[in-house]
Design a binder for this molecule. Structure first.
Ligand code: PEP
Ligand code: MN
Length: 343
């Protein structure tokens, strides 16, 4: 098997189950791995296998086949060619993508029950549908606060019960995937781990949805390849998060690449959200970058909200106050209405 032997077979809208099975049987005969995606209008079959054997077959002569499209890009299952319809990712009761907008908010790190609950209560009241808060922090200095570990996951689970909010949390190490997966509703891969392929594959083999942040030095193609690592293992619930890239500019922590939203939407069916907190790195930038995110057509955003940023153990300078988040959500609803999106 080689990953580059890529072909997508698009079935006609009126193709029958038998037509699809006939194609799958033929693929099995040439030892190709088929991946079936049933969209609302058409079934599409993605194939990984020996390029010459698969492409030699006269697919367009098969009953029910509309066309066979060679895929030149290195990523395939996450591409729009493979699945023309937007993916919708379910995170507990919340949905992201395909017209479902997800406001995600909470503290950067879980510090104490009081801190987490104050933030969770506020963001829930303001209209967030998913809580953020980390138990494992990737810190530049090994001496900085590294997170509460499992005790943080326990507090997040308690907050979920108390406020009815599913939560997203980062995992840093493939050895922690099972533990984090047993608590989380959505597991995040941070910018520093975007190209940690063993972590990505491990996440592809568990059942919780995954949020994949863009590596701060990654191109969009590298990022979509990273998503493919998760998707191809069988986990199709992947959400992308643009969080800024490293440029020569020093006024911001990173440069938010807003063009990534329309570009990714053209290339991929996966939902994409924006992190205005970790890209800008300053609280004054959070509201403007959030407005831009909504107007860009992103499927959501993730914002650091802390009840007392001056006491925060991580990322205090970029956290906004609960009241500021509530005001921002009012603006977001107005902007989203102009974009015909419901928040
Ligand atoms: C975060 O969201 O807390 C975080 C560490 O972000 P990033 O991986 O984008 O730096
Ligand atoms: Mn942070």
């Amino acid at each position: 098997m080689s990953g580059d032997g890529s072909l997508i077979i698009v079935m006609r809208p009126d193709a029958t189950r038998e037509d699809v099975d006939h194609v799958l049987a033929r693929l099995a005969e040439v030892d190709a791995e088929a991946h079936v995606s049933e969209g609302t209008s058409q079934t599409v079959i993605g194939i990984v296998g020996d390029r010459t054997k698969v492409q030699q077959l006269p697919w367009e002569a098969f009953p029910g086949v509309e066309r066979a499209v060679p895929v030149l890009k290195p990523f395939k299952f996450v591409s729009r060619d493979f699945q023309p319809d937007d993916s919708v990712v379910n995170v507990g009761p919340a949905k992201i993508g395909g017209g479902h907008f997800a406001p995600i908010a909470g503290p950067c790190a879980v510090e104490t029950r009081d801190q987490l609950f104050a933030s969770a209560a506020a963001v829930k009241k303001a209209g967030a549908t998913i809580l953020r808060g980390d138990a494992f922090k990737p810190r530049s200095s090994p001496y900085a606060f590294q997170g509460l570990g499992e005790a943080g996951l326990v507090l997040l689970a308690e907050a979920r019960e108390e406020f009815g909010l599913p939560f997203v949390v980062e995992v840093l190490d493939p050895r922690d995937v099972e533990l984090v997966s047993s608590y989380a509703d959505l597991i995040r891969v941070g910018t520093r781990n975007m190209a940690n392929f063993s972590l990505l594959s491990e996440l592809g083999r568990q059942s919780k949805p995954v949020m994949l942040k863009r590596g701060f030095t990654a191109t969009i193609e590298e990022w979509l390849n990273a998503a493919e690592y998760i998707y191809k293992e069988g986990n199709h619930n992947v959400v992308l998060c643009e969080r800024g890239i490293r440029t020569f500019e020093t006024a911001t922590r990173n440069t938010l690449d807003i063009s990534a939203v329309p570009i990714v939407k053209g290339l991929s069916h996966l939902p994409i959200i924006i992190d205005p907190s970790h890209s800008g790195g300053h609280r004054e930038l959070v509201a403007p970058l959030t407005r831009v995110a909504v107007a860009s057509g992103a499927d959501g955003f993730m914002i650091d909200v802390h009840p007392a940023p001056e006491t925060a153990l991580v990322d205090g300078p970029q956290a906004i106050l609960p009241g500021e988040f509530a005001d921002l959500m009012d603006e977001v609803r107005a902007l989203a209405a102009a974009m015909h999106v419901e928040v």
